[in-house]
Design a protein around this ligand. Structure first.
Ligand code: SF4
Length: 303
């Protein structure tokens, strides 16, 4: 089986154009390095999402878990899933989850606002579009404020860059150029035995790239399972190959946004890892097997 490779393209300061947008250098590395390597490695056809009706992708249990329940291993034994699905306990969201949810929400609202401003004014009134983008109401949360300040400066730079590089660019094209993202795309995970209401973020760089923005967390080896899971679901639903994922780690220190972007080639190994985690957790729920607590519970878990 082909190896799956994490390809770190780290930036420790916010010099990239946007949280989710690779810099010109990263984009070049993606198009000339990561994507060709993904093609060379290839993916076994039985591990493409469209092969969902046969093993190993065929789900052996009728337990439609959420994708993050399968991919997340913050709780090493998976007891969080057991507690929710078997014991029916719904824990209060912790601080980390609340912060992440709020920042994701702010980012999604801002992207809609920025796209709407560009469409409303068109390239003919680009200065007015920039003015409108700046009118997005300042959020109360300091981290959200920092994030949006950064995004607003970054999009202004990208719009001016695109306008000078392509003076005759049209309105739809400039939106695709400066904001090539779909945040919160809804997907039916039933083909893979998952929840019917999944939602993912996508970056369109000529190829669809699954995007996972993680706020205020260190790198974890299981983060790439989320990318593999969504790639499998996208392939099952749309029948096109998805070979690359991007995890963006965004954190805040001294009022500054710090970022690191990591591309992952979604080869056989990480796909199989996701499927094994799915089977294991579905079995745990179907057979009501308590996996017991894990040894090193996250301090913030508190369940
Ligand atoms: S307290 Fe520990 S065992 Fe329980 S759900 Fe949290 S991480 Fe898992």
């Amino acid at each position: 089986m082909a190896a799956s490779t994490a390809d770190s393209a780290a930036t420790s300061s916010p010099e990239g154009p946007e949280v989710f947008m690779p810099t010109t250098e990263e984009r070049k590395r993606l198009l000339r390095g990561v994507i060709p390597r993904a093609r060379r490695l290839g993916v076994d056809d039985t591990l493409r999402g469209w092969s969902w009706s046969a093993p190993p992708l065929l789900s052996p249990y009728e337990v439609p878990l959420g994708l993050s329940e399968v991919a997340s291993a913050y709780c090493e034994t998976g007891r969080d899933v057991y507690a929710r699905r078997v014991l029916g306990t719904e824990p209060e969201p912790n601080e980390k989850m609340l912060l992440g949810g709020s920042l994701h929400g702010t980012l999604r609202d801002w992207v809609v606002h920025a796209k709407r401003s560009l469409y409303a004014c068109g390239v003919g009134r680009i200065e007015e579009a920039l003015e409108r983008i700046r009118t997005f109401p300042a959020p109360e949360l300091p981290e959200a404020k920092t994030l949006l300040q950064y995004e607003t400066d970054a999009i202004e730079f990208r719009i001016r860059e695109a306008m000078s590089q392509f003076p005759r660019i049209g309105t739809d094209a400039i939106v695709a150029q400066v904001l090539p993202v779909t945040l919160g795309q809804m997907l039916d995970g039933a083909f893979l035995g998952l929840s019917r209401r999944l939602s993912t973020d996508l970056l369109n760089l000529g190829e669809p790239v699954v995007l996972d923005i993680i706020f205020d967390d260190e790198k974890r080896s299981f983060h790439r399972l989320t990318l593999a899971g969504y790639a499998l679901v996208l392939e099952a639903v749309y029948e096109f190959p998805v070979d690359v994922g991007l995890t963006v780690y965004a954190g805040f220190r001294d009022g500054r946004l710090r970022m690191e972007r990591e591309f992952t080639v979604l080869g056989d190994e990480v796909r199989m890892e996701f499927i094994e985690a799915r089977d294991e957790k579905q079995r745990m729920v179907a057979e009501a097997m308590d996996p017991g607590p894990c040894e090193g519970c996250e301090a913030w878990c508190g369940r």
